[in-house]
Design a protein around this ligand. Sequence first.
Ligand code: HGY
Ligand code: MN
Ligand code: MN
Length: 415
Amino acid sequence: MNIPVLQQQVEEWVHWLAAYGADPAGGVTRLLYTASWAEAQQALEQKMKENGLDTYYDEAGNLYGRLASADAEEGTILTGSHVDTVKRGGKYDGAFGIVAGLLALRYLKENYGPPARNIEMVSLCEEEGSRFPLTFWGSTNITGTAPFHKIKQIRDEKGISFVEAMNEAGFGLGRYRNPRREDIVSFIELHIEQGAILERESIPIGIVEQIVGQKRYSISCIGEANHAGTTPMAWRADALRGASEMIVAIMDAADRVGAPLVATAGKIEAEPNVSNVIPNKTTFTLDIRHPQGDALDAFCEASIAACDTIARNRGLRLQVEKQLDARPIDMDAALARRIEAICREQGLSYKRMPSGAGHDAQIMAGQYPSSLIFVPSHRGLSHHPAEYTAEKDLAAGVRVLIQLLYELGYEKEAK
Ligand code: HGY
Ligand code: MN
Ligand code: MN
């Protein structure tokens, strides 16, 4: 394998894909079912075809590239990641796993011909939850665990409904395959670490053993609008003050509990959001993560109880909507051992580690043996325009993916 060529190619293709949704303010914004999302999928489909793969969409908008087995085997080995991004995100989050999958399948086809078992790559339609209050839409459609009941009610910030956006993009209209997959024998996701451990320890490959549990809430405080100048402090039902108190209380509690728990209030909206009116409604999001399910649940319960007490003390109504409850989950031990052996054979140092970030692999792991392989993130930066991974590290990840797919898809007895 010509490593310098591979290095140059993976960097080139990551930049090529980043052009779809390039944000004038910097970074990449490619939100589910938007024009930039559709253009990226169409461009990926074209590239998959140019590189000898059969392509198809499913009803959710997941895009597949297939390397069919020589003897119509049933099972399919699947690799890939998500094509959507956060707002003004980086070039590599999700996109690298898609580009790596395409490079790997092309290399395998060119060097070994049809595999013994089907190998597919997938550009998953959505993982981040950046446009609609719903995450992992691509992978939960594949596993049949998607919150189908929710999509009729949810809207984006412009008031566009999920179903409207999905239909507008051509999906959910019965034109494509049913997204549910029962034929997947293993799922492999190659992804940037989005943390600083691998770079700090100068290790090129992370073998994820477990992905933390993650709960997301949308919390609204409802008070009463009134005049900022004539309303005495004691007479106010100030929704923004209440929300601020709740956020500080939860963050202080997270400091007391300490690592590995993390808590983030990433988004806040106040109404009517003008300087001389006491806010009558404030909505904020809460993202809580922990590797142990019971610790995660206990912290969330205590947080909601604290919000309830503050709301009562301030004469506010509280609305709590749970948007995500992803349980902590282990990656497949046999696949991890196989990746370990590949790293040793290729002379690549590696580190077994947890993932603090959520990934499609955690949804897939609920149904199929799954693995998540990390490459270093420069300064641990991610969900940020300056997100970066060195070419040599990208190529090392692709080399490991190629060998893993070769062993699973070509070797007579996938050990
Ligand atoms: O939020 C996450 O952990 C992932 O990047 N969606
Ligand atoms: Mn992300
Ligand atoms: Mn990601």
